[in-house]
Ligand binder design. Structure first.
Ligand code: GLU
Length: 549
């Protein structure tokens, strides 16, 4: 009875009951084994690599069980909130092609019957459940000020006692209705705490779906459920929301692992089914030989925007993250080179327990393979989209003559074994520079075994036989035909048998031509390059070199 009075005293405006919400948010009608997962980011600025990773793990867990993946915005800490923060995170997931079934499906659009999916709009729900706990004698008001709490902590520390609001240190644990009323009448503010029935000597055991069996002491701390401004703490909002949104698997960062005893306790006291927990290890960096969490302050790649700016394809980043997420993904990828990662049968048990290292070289490798599989038209579309946002000079060059640009990208591409060259779009300008007059930088530095005189003799001879419509074989035959006339072997074999008889071989001469046309020693197929560049540009570049020798 006095509990009911207390409940009405503390939360006079709440007239709904938990049953009301239980009916409003019925159990989901899903096939057996379907997992309901979610991410619950705070809108604190930008999409962090860890949030993208968690989203991927949650998404693929739901997908591989025909379940549901939803998003919920945890915006109870208004101090940390950044304008446009929801759009940054949800929009970022959208750009990465992470499908969101429910919740915030875009920066300004929620869908689904379990909403609102934003904690700041759920105050009445939290208060209804807190009120119920007060009625059951499982929660009470605490009027301690920050100074009082700090003083208690100091005493606990000096006596080497476990700090916190528990047992005999829980000053207002047994506060009566009359005492509470008197303090409220005095205008004192209060928080609402759980009256924890837990005992530190007992153990809570749970099976983490990622880390395995975990054992921890039961929670005996009367932790805060509702802050003085009526806003719930993470612990309380998590229990109420994940219950009412019918989450089956809470897969979140492992910084929450130590709070699990509190969470299990809350679910049980509230009469909720305890969900499965899985704690995701953070992505790590190596610094001076030691592993540390990837950090917003030190590592540019902590913000997913970094990958967009560099021009990594979103699919490449996700495929790379899949290699981090699952130890058997790479084997699967080798066996299924062209299948979307979404088809991979993901198993939480295969996740790293200790935290995988971020390895940009591996990302580059994954990325090169993916870029090599794109058609020239796809490269055109993706690269121009990137350049439009990040390099307007290059963008204008690329779009000046789309057919020409696509022909450039088709070199050594659209073939059975395409070249693995670029990993990210910010490398493309330099990589393709010799194909665009505005970017081409001539550099006629010859290999040591070729003299300028021989180069000159060769290029002069070549000019007079050059035929832009030659196929590869004809193209090389012309070089071979010139070779003996200036003391070079037509065939490499011939040269290798008697190197002292020759200045070099036809291959060396094709290098001279390559350097004259592209300024590089190493390029994709030169015959194709010359065909795409066309006769005028090729002759012009050869002439310039001849003038300079
Ligand atoms: N807002 C919490 C965080 O960003 C969510 C954790 C969870 O997924 O429950 O860490």
């Amino acid at each position: 009875m006095s509990n009911n009075l207390m409940a009405d005293l503390l939360l006079p405006d709440i007239d709904k009951t938990p049953e009301y919400y239980e009916n409003l948010y019925p159990a989901r009608n899903l096939p057996e084994g379907a997992r309901v997962t979610r991410i619950a980011p705070s809108p604190t600025g930008y999409l962090h690599l860890g949030v993208l990773f968690a989203a991927l793990v949650n998404r693929i867990t739901a997908t591989s069980t025909s379940g549901v993946f939803f998003t919920r915005i945890e915006d109870t800490d208004k101090k940390r909130e950044v304008k446009g923060g929801i759009e940054d995170i949800i929009g970022g997931l959208n750009r990465f092609g992470i499908t969101i079934d429910e919740g915030f499906i875009s920066g300004d659009n929620q869908s689904g019957i379990y909403g609102p999916y934003q904690q700041s709009h759920r105050e009445e729900i939290y208060k209804t459940y807190v009120k119920e706990l007060i009625k059951q004698g499982l929660a009470y008001p605490c009027f301690c000020t920050a100074e009082e709490l700090a003083a208690v902590r100091e005493i606990q520390e000096s006596q080497k006692i476990r700090t916190g609001y528990h047992g005999e240190w829980a000053k207002h644990r047994n506060i009566t209705f009359e005492e509470a009323k008197a303090l409220i009448d005095e205008g004192k503010s209060f928080v609402i705490r759980l009256k924890s029935p837990g005992n530190e000597q007992n153990k809570v055991v749970f099976e983490d779906t990622i880390k395995g069996k975990i054992e921890m002491p039961e929670n005996d701390e009367d932790f805060v459920l509702l802050k003085s401004d009526g806003i719930p703490t993470y612990h309380f909002a998590h229990a109420v929301d994940d219950h009412l949104m019918r989450t089956t698997h809470v897969l979140r960062g492992d910084e929450w692992i130590s709070s699990v005893p509190k969470h299990i306790q809350l679910f049980k006291l509230l009469g909720f089914k305890v969900p499965k927990f899985g704690h995701i290890s953070p992505i790590m960096k190596l610094e001076n030989g030691a592993k540390r969490k990837i950090s917003k302050r030190k590592d540019p790649e902590a913000a997913v925007h970094f990958f967009a700016e560099q021009g990594y394809m979103t699919e490449a980043v996700l495929n790379y993250l899949m290699t981090v997420a699952s130890s058997d993904f790479e084997d699967w990828r080798r066996a299924n080179p062209d299948t979307s990662y979404k088809e991979f049968k993901f198993n939480l048990k295969k996740m790293s327990v200790s935290g995988a290292l971020f390895d940009e070289n591996k990302l580059i490798d994954v990325s090169k393979t993916m870029v090599s599989k794109l058609s020239s038209t796809e490269v055109y579309e993706k690269l121009t989209a990137w350049a439009k946002e990040f390099d307007s000079e290059f963008y204008n060059i690329l779009i000046a003559d789309p057919d020409y640009t696509k022909a450039v990208f088709a070199i050594d591409r659209d073939v059975p074994k395409p070249r693995k060259d670029i990993a990210k779009w910010n490398e493309a300008k330099e990589y393709f520079s010799y194909m665009f007059e505005d970017l081409f930088v001539a550099d006629f530095t010859l290999p040591e075994n070729i003299s300028p005189e021989d180069a000159k003799a060769f290029l002069s001879a070549y000019k007079s036989v050059y035929n832009p419509v030659d196929d590869r074989q004809e193209w090389f035959q012309r070089i071979k035909d010139i070779a003996p006339t200036i003391g070079f072997a037509a065939e490499t074999k011939e040269y290798k048998a008697n190197p002292e008889n020759f200045k070099g071989h036809a291959g060396d001469l094709s290098s001279v031509l390559r350097i004259a046309i592209t300024g590089r020693r190493n390029t994709p197929d030169l015959c194709s390059i010359m065909q795409v560049l066309g006769k005028d540009k090729c002759l012009n570049r050869i002439d310039k070199v001849l003038e300079s020798i």
